[in-house]
Write a protein that binds this ligand. Structure first.
Ligand code: 26W
Length: 801
């Protein structure tokens, strides 16, 4: 690791300010200081980055390429400073110059090239691969516009373009000499070329894929890995193919924007092109690296050197593309190529939601990627043959790839991979026993679980320095590089100084957030109140609606003189622009908030704050200040969740259904240190199978439930009348999919338990302590170690082994 002295740092910064902006520190703007600092940091790891790439090529150590259409790193500066070991030197060097690092870091826009959990997990894995010493490369798209910026106008979500590259000196280094050509459309006919059937293309549109490499600096490691993000350009010499500006614009538009849906498959042509674009560029680049840098000529050696991971189905065409390259270009026979492909490829499923399953129309594939469709058709034909008269026709039919004119991408991913994993034990179990049961019966050896994890460096060391200092003082600094040490915090269970400290730290963080909320929304919140937090994408299955009904219950109680401890409910959530119901929920929450926050008769006992534009950086502000973590999805719907882990690590107590990784958090901390409620898996499935969920019956039997629901349509929240009616009808609909009314009473009862415990400060902070200690179980470094040893079979770069 390259260390730097404070003097060296200050000299370099002042020199850079002069070089880039001809200003001295006293006249430099924060943006100029940010840009100069970013350059000093990039120079700091440049040598190590070059060195790593050289060692990677010579070590012969196997590498993994993580293919993901989304990466959500958030900001890069502070995590890079931390991993380089430069945080303290830079912080105090800047102080000497009268500059506050946090103010400078705030200049950097989030790298928001993802929607939510899937993208954030990919970014966490990049950080962990480098920090655990494995050679791990990311492969994705360099969107010009990241996930939309969210603004509330009259309570409604409005989406604004997120032109992140405008305002930030991107951390990407353009590598023209590593460009590839990706071919789209046209006609493909197979012609015989000395007894080898080769595809002859005509009328194709060729696009240049230009890579921008972003360094992934490992934590206190001599490893700097690469996240390669591809941009689309008109190929040099292909001007005639794109004579007009409009034609050229069409090429550049390929990578212009991230699709903002994170749960429903829309089947857009441009999205299909995006999925093929980064997959083809990535695999061509890997095979060129295999031949030119690893000096390998025998493709059968590929699985010994390269693992390719498919992050959900979005990169699943990688299986057909590798077959195309091995058969068409390396002229390998099909079966050899297929054996190599299955050994190289592995796939993670992140959702069981039917509407999220990608099924591409074969006509659309014929139009965009005709050769890939031919290969998928051949894979499917051979798959059916390989199983016929071995397994039942039903099983073949339910697992084959092409059905009813649709290419089922999950089936392609499973058939073409040697490993299929879920992201939490319950989720993996549901894949094996329900969603992918026929595949599990056919290929049980492929299925395995890899429980998600989080980057404790970001969510603790960077986001919560106060709590990190306490951990240093209680369990020793080693927890920063070996999170299992956090478990030793349990020894302080009865140490009242430590318990008081935990409370104080939470209070300080809540004061910071209260100031931020005041500035951002004008709402004054009391930092002694329960900070009750629900931060995640807006989706019916995540049930922000249930939280809303609890808020209404509290409000009605307070209006009726029934007291409750002070509470501030904090929401952060973006809705996919085409997701109407989600946007109606946002409107109702904002209008309910407006009524409650301006109702002086309840003496500020309840505040509802919906913070705009929830992203990674806002999460870093909210999470350290949370007392209660809302993980209330309908059981079986949330594959894992990761905000649950981040809030736990920051000492929030969790109220949760037994869904996703909530089950594992409950197992880790014990039933006494978490609030569990709601329908269990089997109850949910029995309702689905028997279609016997009648919320109206509950409404008619329970006055409190009726009163809460009626407030949505009886004018209590006049400005949300229309949307309130939609929610009201939805909640009372027979067989409503997410059992909002069914779980309401149990949820309210559990919230009463929360309020009871809140009064017992010591017991509350003891449970916080237990949750902090056990959050080590969800360190992404251990998750990645599991993938590396059990799926990708990697060896660490610097290990002799
Ligand atoms: C085709 C549109 C689309 C786009 C993204 C469908 C589905 C997705 C993602 C798979 C959705 C997603 O982010 N899933 C979340 O992944 C996290 C990381 O594993 C889990 O923790 C969450 O439970 C899961 O919802």
């Amino acid at each position: 690791m390259k260390s730097i002295t404070k003097k060296e740092f200050k000299d370099k910064l002042l020199e850079e300010l002069d070089d880039q902006f001809e200003v001295d520190i006293s006249h430099a703007s924060n943006l100029e200081i940010y840009r100069a600092l970013a350059t000093v940091v990039q120079d700091g790891y440049a040598k190590l980055w070059r060195q790593t790439r050289i060692e990677e090529a010579h070590s012969g150590k196997k590498q993994v390429y993580y293919f993901s259409i989304e990466f959500l790193p958030g900001t890069r500066l502070r995590s890079t400073l931390l991993n380089l070991g430069w945080m303290d030197v830079v912080k105090s060097g800047l102080e000497d110059l009268g500059v506050d690092l946090d103010e400078i870091a705030a200049q950097e826009p989030d790298m928001a090239l993802g929607n939510g959990g899937l993208g954030r997990l990919a970014a966490a894995f990049m950080d962990s691969l480098a920090s655990t010493g494995y050679i791990g490369n990311g492969n994705g798209i360099r969107y010009k516009y990241g996930l939309f910026k969210q603004k509330f106008v009259n309570g409604y979500q409005v989406e604004l373009p997120n032109d992140w590259l405008q305002t930030s000196k991107s951390w990407g280094v353009r590598r023209d000499n590593k460009s590839e050509i990706v071919r789209f459309g046209g006609k493909v006919e197979l012609v015989n070329d000395d007894n080898w059937l080769v595809p002859k293309y005509s009328g194709t549109n060729d696009v240049a894929a230009v890579p921008y490499d972003v360094a992934m600096v490992g934590y206190h490691q001599d490893v700097v890995n690469t996240l390669r993000l591809w941009d689309a350009e008109v190929p040099a010499g292909a001007e005639l193919q794109y004579p007009t500006i409009a034609d050229r614009r069409k090429v550049e538009d390929l990578t212009s924007v991230l699709y903002p849906d994170d749960s429903s498959y829309e089947g857009r042509l441009l999205r299909l092109k995006q999925e093929y674009f980064f997959v083809s560029a990535g695999l061509q680049s890997i095979l060129h690296y295999f031949r030119n840098s690893l000096k390998q000529t025998d493709p059968e050696k590929l699985p010994e050197h390269i693992a390719v991971h498919i992050n959900d189905t979005h990169p699943a065409m990688a299986i057909a593309e590798l077959m195309r390259l091995l058969v068409d270009e390396w002229r390998l026979d099909w079966d050899k190529a297929w054996d190599i492909t299955q050994k190289v490829m592995s796939y993670t499923n992140h959702t069981i939601m039917a509407e999220a399953m990608e099924k591409w129309d074969i006509n659309m594939m014929q139009e965009v990627v005709p050769r890939i469709l031919q290969i998928i058709t051949e894979i499917d034909r051979r798959y059916v043959i390989s199983l016929s008269n071995k397994v039942s026709a039903e099983k073949i039919n339910s697992t084959k790839i092409i059905k009813d004119g649709k290419v089922q991408m999950a089936h392609l991913a499973i058939i073409g991979s040697h490993s299929v994993n879920g992201v939490a034990p319950l989720h993996t179990r549901l894949l094996e026993t329900v969603v992918l049961k026929d595949f599990y019966d056919l290929f049980p050896e492929k299925f395995n679980n890899k429980t998600n994890g989080i980057t404790l460096r970001r969510w603790l060391q960077i986001a919560n320095p106060r709590l990190s200092d306490l951990l240093d003082k209680t369990v020793g600094e080693e927890w920063r590089s070996n999170s299992t040490k956090m478990l030793e915090l349990q020894d302080q269970y009865d140490n009242s100084n430590v318990l008081t400290k935990i409370n104080q730290i939470k209070f300080e963080n809540k004061k910071d957030l209260s100031d931020f909320i005041k500035v951002k929304t004008g709402i004054k919140v009391d930092p002694t109140a329960i900070f009750d937090v629900q931060i995640k994408r807006l989706h019916a299955y995540k049930r922000q609606t249930l939280k809303l009904l609890h808020i209404i219950k509290l409000y009605q109680d307070l209006k009726n003189g029934i007291d409750h401890p002070k509470r501030v409910v904090i929401f952060g959530a973006k809705a996919a622009p085409s997701y109407t119901f989600a946007k109606q929920v946002i409107k109702v929450i904002n209008e309910v908030a407006a009524v409650i926050n301006s109702d002086t008769s309840i003496h500020d006992k309840l505040k509802v704050v919906f913070l705009e534009n929830y992203d990674v950086t806002l999460a870093e502000r909210i999470i350290p200040a949370a007392d209660l973590s809302e993980q209330i999805s309908t059981t079986t719907k949330e594959a894992s969740g990761t905000s649950n882990m981040k809030l736990m690590a920051n000492g929030a107590l969790t109220i949760a259904t037994m869904d996703g990784a909530n089950v594992d958090i409950a197992k880790a901390v014990g039933k006494d240190n978490i609030f569990i409620f709601g329908l269990e898996k089997d109850q949910v499935y029995s309702y689905y199978n028997n279609h016997n969920y009648h919320p109206g019956e509950i409404y008619h039997q329970d006055k409190e439930v009726a009163a809460i629901l009626d407030s949505l349509i009886n004018g209590t929240f006049p400005k949300a009348a229309t949307e309130g009616r939609v929610l009201y009808n939805n909640f009372l609909q027979d067989n409503e999919e997410f059992f909002v009314v069914k779980d309401l009473k149990d949820y309210l009862a559990k919230q009463a338990d929360v309020e009871k415990l809140w009064k017992d400060k010591k017991s509350w902070s003891q449970k916080c302590l237990v949750n902090i200690a056990h959050s080590e179980e969800f360190d992404a470094d251990s998750t990645v170690n599991q993938y590396a040893t059990k799926i990708w079979h990697l060896k660490k770069l610097n290990s002799g082994k």
